[in-house]
Write a protein that binds this ligand. Structure first.
Ligand code: ZN
Length: 208
C-alpha cells in the first residue's frame, strides 16, 4: 500500500518517443495535470473500464512518493524530500482525452491510478537516472523506458511543481510514460515493473 496523497501530480509527454507516437511535441516546460486521489487502487485490485470510453490505455510510469513538505525547493531540497519510488499505471481514456481537451475525465475515473506494491527508499535503489520502467499486458512487453530519457528529470519535475504548489508528505508524482501505450480489454492483466522497486499487477474488467 502507498499512503493516501492529498494530490497526484502527473507529467505529460515527458518522453520524446511517446510524445511522437501520439502526434505531439515534447513541451518546453513540464506539462502537468492531476489525477484525483479517488482514482487510486492497490496491487491486485481491478481496473474498471468505464462505459463512457471505447479506448482505455495503460501508461507505465515511475512514481515518486513525497516524504516532506516541499515549497519552492531547490534541487537538493527536492531530492531530499523523496520518500521513495513506486510503480504507477496512469490509466487513460484516450478517446475522452482527445474529445475533452481538458484531461480531468480521461485521467480521473475510479480505479485509473494503480500504484504500488510498495515504496522503496532511494538508499536502496540505483541513482535516479538509472531507473527504468516496463509495461506488460498479459505478459507481453509493451513499454520499456529509462529515466535518463525523460525530457525533464525527476528532480527537475519536483522543483518545478514545488514552485507552483506545496507538495505534502504522501503526495504522488507520476513522471510520464515511455512509448508503447496501448488499449486494455476486459480479461487483460496489466503490469508495471520498476526493477528494484517492484511489480504492480492489476486485472482489467468491464464496468457493470
Ligand atoms: Zn501518464
Amino acid at each position: 500500500m502507498i499512503p493516501r496523497p492529498t494530490k497526484i501530480v502527473c507529467v505529460g509527454r515527458n518522453y520524446a518517443k511517446h510524445a511522437q507516437e501520439l502526434g505531439n511535441k515534447v513541451p518546453e516546460q513540464p506539462l502537468l495535470f492531476f489525477k484525483p486521489p479517488s482514482s487510486l487502487i492497490s496491487n491486485g485490485d481491478p481496473i474498471l473500464l468505464p462505459r463512457a470510453s471505447q479506448q482505455v490505455e495503460h501508461e507505465a510510469e515511475i512514481g515518486v512518493v513525497i516524504g516532506k513538505s516541499l515549497r519552492r525547493a531547490d534541487r537538493a531540497a527536492a531530492r531530499d524530500a523523496i520518500a521513495g519510488i513506486t510503480c504507477v499505471n496512469d490509466v487513460t481514456a484516450r478517446d475522452l482525452q482527445r474529445s475533452d481537451g481538458q484531461w480531468t475525465r480521461a485521467k480521473g475515473f475510479d480505479t485509473f491510478c494503480p500504484a504500488g506494491p510498495g515504496v522503496v527508499p532511494l538508499a536502496e535503489l540505483p541513482p535516479l537516472e538509472e531507473l527504468e520502467v516496463i509495461g506488460r499486458v498479459n505478459g507481453n512487453e509493451r513499454q520499456h523506458g529509462y529515466a535518463r530519457d525523460m525530457a525533464f528529470d525527476i528532480v527537475t519535475i519536483l522543483v518545478y511543481i514545488s514552485g507552483i504548489m506545496t507538495l505534502e508528505p504522501g503526495d504522488l508524482v507520476a513522471t510520464g510514460t515511455p512509448a508503447g501505450v496501448g488499449p486494455l480489454e476486459p480479461g487483460d492483466t496489466v503490469e508495471v515493473e520498476v526493477p528494484g522497486v517492484g511489480l504492480l499487477s492489476n486485472p482489467v474488467i468491464a464496468e457493470n
